[in-house]
Design a protein around this ligand. Sequence first.
Ligand code: SF4
Ligand code: SF4
Length: 433
Amino acid sequence: MKINAIKLQHKKNTSTCETIDLPLPERVFVPMSQSMGRGCDPIVKKGDKVFVGQKIGDSDKIKACIAHSSVSGTVVGITEVLHPSGKVTKAVEIEPDGKQELSPDIEVPVITDKESLCRAVRESGCCGLGGAGFPTHLKLNYNEQRYKVDTLIINAAECEPYITGDHREMLESPDNIITGIRLIMDTLGIENTYIGIEDNKPDAIKIMREKAAEYDNINVCPLKASYPQGAEKVLIYNTVGRTVKQWALPSDVGVIVLNVSTVGFIGRYSKDGIPLISRRITVDGDAVATPCNVNVPLGTPLVDVLKFADTNIEASDKILLGGPMMGICAYDINMPTAKTINSILAFKKPERKKNELIGSGQTACIRCGRCIRACPMGLMPTYIEKAYDKHDTKKLEKLSVGLCMNCGSCSYVCPAKRPLAEKNQLAKALLRR
Ligand code: SF4
Ligand code: SF4
């Protein structure tokens, strides 16, 4: 079976930019909801002194991702901030004291089995760092009676243009990645690991092959640089040839997929016990004068990161969180960074080409079929759009819209500028309801 893909310009301008630490911001606003799943509640109050890595948000809900302070300093209030999804969430506002004192509660986790691994990963506040933000402890805590997981797939494809954080993780912290992989394989009894890396990152393929050389069951898989190579279902098929059906999970085909920066974090956390308090963010786009990879304390306002990269904020017409294909627009540059934000891209208003129609936008479908040829899941986006417009749920089921992973390829190739990917998301939500 051949999976459809499209070619995009890579624009990996920052692939050689070593990660640098962002200077401490004047304030951080640590959101209580930074990932998929449940948010947590603040457990500190105004006036409290906090340390780096101290737990400041918790929940009794298993799906919640715990929040920790990214700085040492004083809590100046519990406030509300915008989450990248557009929802409003509580946040702990902290004024850093500049000392960056580590919490005395930090200790190296003792991990001996699946239960202690999942507990430690939950305590670390880890969620998928590739952008989706699924709480990692839930992914690892699969039901062994129901799922026979034998394979770990590490998503290091990083197929979206501009973003280079995972690439830098492999170059800068390959040992942490191997430690994380070994820990997960040993505690969950997983037989084989496959690290999928697009072939436009030969230095990362080389270093990961060197580091994995002593293990027969850790394999590095170079993958063709095409979009959406890093989409979970595509990656599973292209690395181990297994097909995840509509509405099914990777564990249904015996697989767990983890992002490479996530597994690198788990490896590092297993050695020093410091929870997820910062993350690497790629800053790029034509409004950014100094594109870079920067290690950002979580809760730092976007504007501080943009200014650090010498962004012409006034000239920025669009600021994206995530890549140009699947990223979302930032509503407000004062909103804080969160665990799911792997890049901030700032773009100027595109200049109109000569003869381009004023106001040219969406037009009628010309039945060219490009969206169908582009879809990696073999879907028919133009038919899905029509079925959604009629709210025809039977037809939507028949068209397998549940397989859509919102990669955006159909919208990208459509000459009529139909909002196909958006309609697919709405159609999926309709079916879920
Ligand atoms: S957004 Fe959905 S329908 Fe469109 S190309 Fe991607 S998977 Fe296919
Ligand atoms: S790519 Fe656009 S114009 Fe072509 S068939 Fe699909 S929806 Fe219609």
